[in-house]
Design a protein around this ligand. Structure first.
Ligand code: ADP
Ligand code: MG
Length: 430
């Protein structure tokens, strides 16, 4: 099994593509294959199953659409779907369909997107007329299967695009039902930004000896980034943040919050705390694009040292100088943790991540630990009381060594991860 991406060949020609494909790529304005495409296309062309791990925006769509088109039989009367692409959202269904249409220039291929929220009749009509490539959300695909309006008997390729996202939003049972109704003799391609154990299991169950290609150095880096957690009452988080910053002196840090309002609030408060307010900025979806671009440009130029951000914005950030990630709020989804923490430790640099966990969020911490398959270390902050009760002032331990205020302010209970056994180690990591 290959674990690393091969260095990309320089051109699409060297991937052994047909003239009609090369012409379509030319028309699309794609001059060179992206590393994901250079790695995936030649392998997928041989018909083997492939798991491709790469972050968004790396050209994954064309990496499966090209082999689908190249392996398609467009002779005589084949009207039934030959390729099925499952995607998590309607928007993505439309986007992938459009890419497939673009890249099928010069061929008589029909691509149909099937997704919920649209009258099923239109889709049935399109399928009836003949569609070689079907792109759909699992729910709607299953709907068509149940109605008998889709025929998968001629299916040659099945693609699971954004597999991690699909599982996150609960499509697993639907996906499994669909896969069970696809021909055994098929090729399966799985694309995902992360390959956590549930994806690995899915691949193990429904794919034939898949080759894994990993194009996500940041995800690998997560294993080398030092990761700590602090159990802290929500009311004491800001104080902990300030203490952490003054202790750690980050070169550049992103402070992740769960909500736009929270992001704005922490940004305001932090601006007042630091000497030079210009080194602090906030970024979230309520800001207009111009303002967001300005913040990002200043962050890249290292004029901003502390960036308070929501996950949506945080995902796209690709700055190599980030030394610290501070999860002011524990992320709502495990994948967001991987994405957040992957912002640091890039290009082999050292990175450290701190996650603030409220006493009742131990379960969420455990889920993260299970997802990344390792335990976070417990963070230490000298003379800091993480509990909220203002009336129980923590008496510092007496200099003579007698027990000081230890009993007066018991620290909050440790998160459940400390009470449980370490997360189960999965035998088969893809
Ligand atoms: P991913 O699925 O990895 O997030 P996409 O397939 O959506 O990425 O591609 C991201 C963008 O890059 C799209 O706008 C796509 O048209 C463009 N793109 C893909 N491959 C190439 C290429 N080889 N050259 C130039 N642009 C490309
Ligand atoms: Mg994609």
């Amino acid at each position: 099994m290959t674990d690393r991406a091969q260095p990309p060949p320089a051109t699409f020609e060297s991937l052994g593509l047909s003239d009609v494909m090369l012409a379509a790529l030319n028309l699309a304005g794609y001059q060179y294959p992206t590393p994901v495409q250079a790695g995936l296309i030649p392998r997928a062309l041989t018909g083997i199953d492939v798991v491709g791990q790469a972050r968004t925006g790396t050209g994954k769509t064309a990496s499966f659409v090209i082999p689908i088109l190249e392996r398609m039989q467009l002779k005589h009367d084949i009207h039934h779907p030959q390729a099925l692409v499952m995607v998590p959202t309607r928007e993505l269904a439309v986007q992938v369909r459009d890419e497939a249409i673009k890249l099928s220039a010069g061929r008589k291929v029909h691509c149909v997107a099937v997704y919920g929220g649209k009258p099923i009749r239109e889709q049935i009509e399109k399928l009836r007329k003949g569609a070689q490539i079907v792109i759909g959300t699992p729910g709607r695909v299953l709907d068509h299967l149940a109605r008998g309006t889709i025929d998968f008997t001629k299916l040659k390729v099945v693609v699971l695009d954004e597999a991690d996202r699909m599982l996150d939003i609960g499509f697993r049972p639907d996906i499994e039902r669909i896969l069970k109704r696809c021909p055994q003799e098929r090729q399966t391609l799985l694309l995902s930004a992360t390959v956590p154990p549930p994806i690995a299991k899915l691949a193990e169950r429904y794919m034939h000896n898949p080759e894994t290609l990993n194009f996500s150095p940041k995800d690998v880096a997560v294993e080398t980034i030092e990761q700590f957690y602090f159990t802290v009452d929500p009311q004491k988080k800001f104080e902990l943040l300030v203490r952490l910053i003054s202790r750690e002196k980050p070169k550049q840090a992103i402070i992740f919050c769960r909500t736009k309002r929270g992001t704005e609030k922490i940004f305001q408060r932090l601006s007042k705390k630091v000497k030079d307010a210009k080194i602090v900025a906030g970024i979230h979806g309520d800001m207009n694009q111009g303002a967001r671009d300005r913040v990002m440009a200043a962050f890249r130029a290292e004029k901003i040292r502390f960036l308070v951000a929501t996950d949506v914005i945080g995902r796209g950030i690709d700055v190599t100088t980030i030394s610290h990630i501070i999860n002011y709020d524990i992320p709502a989804f495990c994948d967001d943790y991987v994405h957040r923490v992957g912002r640091t430790g890039r290009m082999g640099r050292e990175g450290v991540a701190f996650t603030f966990v409220a006493p009742d969020e131990g379960y969420e911490l455990t889920r993260i630990e299970e997802r990344i398959n390792r335990l976070l270390k417990r963070g230490e902050m000298k003379d800091f009381d993480p509990s909220a009760s203002p009336d129980i002032a923590r008496v510092p331990a007496a200099a003579d060594g007698s027990p000081g205020g230890e009993a007066a302010a018991a620290p909050p209970p440790p998160p459940s991860s400390m009470l449980r056994r370490p997360p189960k180690r999965y035998k088969r990591a893809l």
